[in-house]
Design a protein around this ligand. Structure first.
Ligand code: ZN
Length: 251
């Protein structure tokens, strides 16, 4: 009899725990996830990494991936991951293209137009990066100091981040605190030590100022990296470059 009572008690507790989990678990899971980007709320896709096929057609115009040359052909390109001139010494993109969300590309175009009035311009190193490329980078160098962890993805994967620098009228780069993808402390915005000239600091500040003016935010660790202020609206994507239309007349 005593054993039966104990068994009954154990079963009751187990049932209560089960009931509690059933009620609260969905809330716990929901709160652990990042909010669903607005862009994916407007169509039936619910996953945060959108599958490959036909995504472009399902996106609203402002969220579509576009080639920057279709928006502003004056922005210069030096897409390092389309060459071996990058920190991995590996060609990761099939071709040198800067692809961004349409609304982000429009903002970048305004930056270029503003700079042109000052006799300057932009040169971009990296824009949208397919998630599969982030995975390749991670496989080559699984270190979060240098590469975004593909488990979380990067703002580049959302087509809402850009790496760039300033050029003069002739396309020559202005002096900056370091080269692109220099992972030393000198690349940080708040670096006050030696080895960075006053002119380099001034140029980096000018880049930050004009990018902020048109809706981009800097990060502290890399002077060349900027996020669109609304990056959270955009999902992580894995659309390959080949699926993004090229500007008319482009090779
Ligand atoms: Zn970046």
């Amino acid at each position: 009899m005593k054993v039966n009572q104990r068994t009954l008690l154990v079963i009751s507790i187990a049932m209560l725990v089960g009931l509690w989990l059933t009620i609260t678990l969905p809330f716990q899971i929901a709160s652990a996830q990042t909010p669903t980007p607005i862009e994916s709320q407007s169509h039936p896709l619910s996953t945060s990494v959108l599958p490959l096929e036909n995504i472009q057609a399902k996106l609203p115009d402002w969220a579509r991936l576009v080639d920057i040359r279709s928006v502003n052909a004056n922005i210069r390109l030096d897409i390092r991951y389309a060459t071996t001139n990058n920190f991995l010494k590996k060609k990761l993109y099939p071709e040198a293209r800067c692809i961004l969300r349409a609304s982000v590309a429009e903002k970048l175009s305004l930056v270029q137009n503003d700079l042109q009035k000052r006799g300057l311009g932009l040169k971009v190193f990296d824009c949208y990066r397919p998630l599969s490329v982030t995975k390749q980078m991670w496989a080559a160098l699984p270190d979060e100091r240098y590469v975004a962890n593909p488990a979380r993805g990067s703002r580049h994967n959302r087509g809402a981040a850009v790496d760039l620098t300033l050029v003069n009228r002739n396309g020559s780069e202005l002096v900056m605190p370091t080269g692109f993808d220099d992972f030393t402390e000198k690349a940080a915005r708040n670096y006050q030590g030696s080895g960075v000239s006053a002119q380099a600091r001034k140029n980096s500040q000018l880049l930050e100022e004009v990018m902020r003016k048109y809706g981009f935010l800097p990060i502290t660790s890399e002077w060349w990296h900027f996020d669109s202020t609304d990056w959270q609206k955009f999902s992580i994507l894995d659309i390959s470059f080949d699926d993004i239309p090229k500007p008319i007349g482009a090779k």
